[in-house]
Design a protein around this ligand. Structure first.
Ligand code: WT7
Length: 631
C-alpha cells in the first residue's frame, strides 16, 4: 500500500480502492504515522448533525510525528529555513534536532504560564521562526492554537480572541513588511483593552520598535526561554481532540472558527503533501503563504514536517525590494517545490521578464497554485516562464474547512490542463450537484461542488456554535458537504473550479464575506446602508465594489470616501479595503427587502446591457440611477 503514489495508473487504482472501501484505505494510510495507542474504529459519521469522527480511540501527538520521529535519521537535516524580509539579512535555519529542542523549551514556557491541554492560545505575529516553534509548542502540550493573520485590525483580533476565550496571546513588537513596519504590539494593546480572558502575552522583538510591556501580563520570549529546560514529553492526544481553530469568512455573519482535530488532520495533511508535491528526500520546499492562513498551517508547517521535509518560512512579500525576490530565494536555496497564489503570479507577470531572466530556476520540479482560480494567461506564464515548460504545475483546490488539498495533480504523474485543478485526491469523493441537489453525472456541465463522503481532515465544527457548522456546510444539500464553489468537469472528468456561488469575495486570495464588509461599512457614522459585491480585477482576481448610501445631509466627497476606508481598515484590516466606492441614493431591493446583488454585480462588472428581470424591485428607477452613477 503506497503512501506516496508514483504513477497515474497507481493514482487511479488507489482512488478506486479509496472509494470502494474508505475505512480500509485510510486504515492503511494512518498506519504510516506514529500512534501511542492504535485506534479502535476507523470512522463514524453522519452529515446531518453533522458528526464525523476518525480513528476513534487512537492516541497520538502530531509533534512526535512532525519532529521526534525524524530525529534518528534526519536530526541534522534542516527542518525550517527562515528567509528574512530584508534580502541582506542572512537566512537562518533549524535542524530537526534544534527544532525539537526549541519546541520543547517553548512548550515548557507555555506550561510555566499555566497553559494546559485544551486551553486556547492566540497568535498575532509575523513569519518568524518563533511563530512556527510556538504553534508546534501548543500542539506538543495539547493547547489549541488560533493563529490570526497579522494583517487584521485590533478589532478583528479582539473578536477572534473573545470568540475562543483565548488565555494567552503570542506576538511581536512589530512586523517587517516590505519597506514598512507594522506596530503589532500597539495593535495588540488596543485589542486587549476588551479581552479579559487573556492572562499573559509573550512577545518576541524582531523590529526594533518601542513598545509598552505591561508588568505582570507581558513577557519577553527570550527571557522566558532562559528559565526552562528542553525536556517536554508530548501530551498524548485523542484523535478527535481539537488541534487548532482558524477563523474564516462566510456569506453571513462574523467570521467563524473552523475546528480541526489531531488525528484526522495529521493523517490528511501528511498524505496530501507527500502526493501533491511529490517531495523527495533532501528536496527544499517553499510555500510563500502566511501561517495566518490554512495554507501555512497545512503546507508550511504540518504537511512538510510530517514528511521530514525542509520547508522555507519567508517573512517578506513578493515585490520587495523588487519583483525578483521570489526568484532570488528560489535560486539561493535551490528550491525544488514552489507553492504560491495566482494573485502573486499575476502581479509578478505584470512587472516584466527582467526579474527572473538572470535567476537560475532549474532546481524547480513542481510549481503549485492555490487560493483562487488561476486564469489561463497566468497559468501559461507560470508554466512557461517559471517552470520553463519542464515542471509539474499543480493547481490545488481546497478550503480552510477541508484542512488539506482536495483537487490537484500529483506532481508530474497527473495530466495538466490550464486552469483545471484536475482530479480529486484518493479518498475525496467530490460531486457536482444541480440546483435541486441531484448529482450531475455527465461531464461538461456546470454545477455546485460538493463532497459526499467524509475525509480525515474535514471540518468538525465551528467553534462554540455547532448549529452554524450544520447550516453553512451540511444543510444546503442533504447528505453532502457543500463547498460554496461552482465547478465543471471536462470531457475527461477533470475539474475546473469557477469560483464562489455564495456571497463570498475572493480578493487577492483572501476570503471576505460581503455581509462582513457591509457590517464594517455600516459602522461609519455617515453610512446609512451599503451593499458590497465582487468584480473581476486583473491582479486581485476579484476586487471589492461598495455601493454606499450616506446621510442625506452629507455631500459625497473624497474625504468621506477616505474616512469610510479608514473605518474598514479599523474594523477588519487593510485586506478588506474597497477598490471602488459608489455613492448611491437607493439600493435595488425586492419587496421582501432583499438586495438584488445580481444586478449590482453586473453593474460592478461594467456590464449594464442586460440586467435581466427587474420587475420584482420595489423601485426599479434606482437601477437607472446606479447605472449612470460615478465611482
Ligand atoms: C476558497 C477557499 C485553501 C487554501 C487557500 C484558500 C477558492 C482555493 C482554489 C483553486 C479555484 C480556489 C475557492 C475556495 N480556491 N483554491 N485552486 N482554484 N478556487 O482558503 O480562504 O478557505 O478559501 O478559495 O473559492 O472555496 P480559503
Amino acid at each position: 500500500m503506497p503512501f506516496k503514489i508514483s504513477s497515474f495508473e497507481e493514482y487511479q487504482s488507489e482512488y478506486k480502492k479509496s472509494t470502494a472501501n474508505p475505512e480500509a484505505f485510510w486504515d492503511d494510510i494512518a498506519k504510516h504515522y506514529q500512534w501511542s495507542k492504535p485506534w479502535d474504529k476507523t470512522l463514524e459519521w453522519e452529515f446531518k448533525t453533522p458528526k464525523v469522527k476518525w480513528f476513534l480511540g487512537g492516541k497520538l501527538n502530531i509533534t512526535e510525528n512532525c519532529i521526534d520521529r525524524h530525529l534518528k535519521d534526519k536530526g541534522d537535516q534542516k527542518a525550517l529555513i527562515w528567509e528574512s524580509n530584508d534580502p541582506n539579512e542572512e537566512s537562518t535555519s533549524l535542524t530537526y534536532n534544534q527544532l525539537h529542542q526549541e519546541v520543547c523549551k517553548m512548550a515548557n514556557v507555555l506550561k510555566s504560564h499555566g497553559i494546559k491541554k485544551g486551553d486556547r492560545v492566540c497568535f498575532y505575529m509575523p513569519m518568524i521562526l518563533e511563530l512556527g516553534i510556538s504553534v508546534l509548542a501548543c500542539a506538543r502540550i495539547g493547547a489549541i492554537h488560533s493563529v490570526v493573520f497579522a494583517g487584521f485590525s485590533s478589532k478583528a483580533l479582539a473578536d477572534r480572541i473573545k470568540d475562543a476565550s483565548c488565555k494567552m496571546l503570542i506576538t511581536s513588537d512589530g512586523i517587517n513588511r516590505g519597506g514598512k513596519k507594522i506596530p503589532a504590539k500597539t495593535l495588540v494593546d488596543e485589542a486587549l483593552k476588551d479581552c479579559p480572558s487573556i492572562e499573559s502575552v509573550l512577545v518576541k522583538r524582531c523590529c526594533g520598535l518601542e513598545i509598552n510591556m505591561k508588568a505582570g501580563r507581558d513577557f519577553e520570549i527570550p527571557v522566558e526561554l532562559e528559565k526552562v529546560n528542553a525536556d517536554c514529553p508530548a501530551e498524548p492526544m485523542d484523535s478527535e481532540d481539537p488541534l487548532f481553530i482558524l477563523y474564516t469568512s462566510g456569506s453571513t455573519g462574523k467570521p467563524k472558527g473552523v475546528v480541526h482535530t489531531c488525528g484526522g488532520y495529521m493523517v490528511y495533511a501528511g498524505y496530501s503533501f507527500a502526493n501533491v508535491f511529490q517531495y523527495e528526500n533532501k528536496d527544499v520546499y517553499w510555500c510563500t503563504a502566511d501561517i495566518g492562513w490554512i495554507t501555512g498551517h497545512s503546507y508550511i508547517l504540518y504537511g512538510p514536517l510530517l514528511n521530514g521535509a525542509t520547508s522555507i518560512m519567508f517573512e517578506g512579500i513578493p515585490t520587495f525590494p523588487d519583483a525578483g525576490r521570489f526568484w532570488d530565494v528560489v535560486d539561493k536555496h535551490k528550491v525544488n517545490q514552489f507553492y504560491t497564489a495566482p494573485t502573486a503570479i499575476r502581479a509578478l507577470m505584470a512587472c516584466g521578464d527582467q526579474h527572473f531572466e538572470n535567476k537560475n530556476l532549474s532546481s524547480l520540479k513542481v510549481i503549485g497554485s492555490v487560493g483562487e482560480p488561476i486564469n489561463e494567461e497566468a497559468w501559461h506564464w507560470y508554466n512557461d516562464k517559471i517552470g520553463k515548460g519542464n515542471c509539474a504545475l499543480v493547481d490545488t483546490w481546497w478550503q480552510t474547512e477541508t484542512g488539506g488539498i482536495m483537487l490537484s495533480g500529483l506532481g508530474k504523474h497527473s495530466p495538466m490542463k490550464p486552469s483545471h485543478a484536475g482530479y480529486p485526491l484518493p479518498g475525496i469523493q467530490t460531486v457536482l450537484l444541480d440546483q435541486s441537489g441531484k448529482e450531475i453525472e455527465a461531464n461538461q456541465q456546470e454545477g455546485y461542488l460538493a463532497v459526499k463522503f467524509p475525509w480525515p481532515s474535514i471540518i468538525r465544527t465551528t467553534y462554540g456554535d455547532h448549529e452554524r457548522c450544520k447550516n453553512v456546510y451540511f444543510s444546503h444539500y442533504d447528505g453532502y458537504y457543500f463547498t460554496g464553489d461552482g465547478a465543471k468537469r471536462d470531457e475527461n472528468g477533470m475539474y475546473r473550479v469557477i469560483g464562489r456561488v455564495d456571497d463570498v469575495i475572493n480578493c487577492s486570495g483572501h476570503r471576505l464575506g460581503t455581509a462582513e464588509v457591509e457590517d464594517a461599512l455600516d459602522e461609519h457614522e455617515e453610512v446609512v446602508e451599503s451593499a458590497v459585491v465582487g468584480y473581476p480585477h486583473p491582479i486581485k482576481g476579484q476586487g471589492i465594489y461598495a455601493f454606499v448610501i450616506i446621510d442625506s445631509k452629507m455631500q459625497a466627497s473624497e474625504e468621506i470616501k477616505k474616512s469610510i476606508i479608514d473605518t474598514i481598515i479599523s474594523e477588519i484590516g487593510p485586506i478588506a479595503k474597497p477598490d471602488k466606492i459608489q455613492f448611491v441614493s437607493g439600493l435595488p431591493k425586492t419587496r421582501s427587502g432583499k438586495i438584488m446583488r445580481r444586478i449590482l454585480r453586473k453593474i460592478a462588472e461594467g456590464d449594464t446591457s442586460n440586467l435581466g428581470d427587474v420587475s420584482t424591485l420595489i423601485d426599479p428607477t434606482v437601477v437607472e440611477e446606479i447605472k449612470g452613477g460615478k465611482v
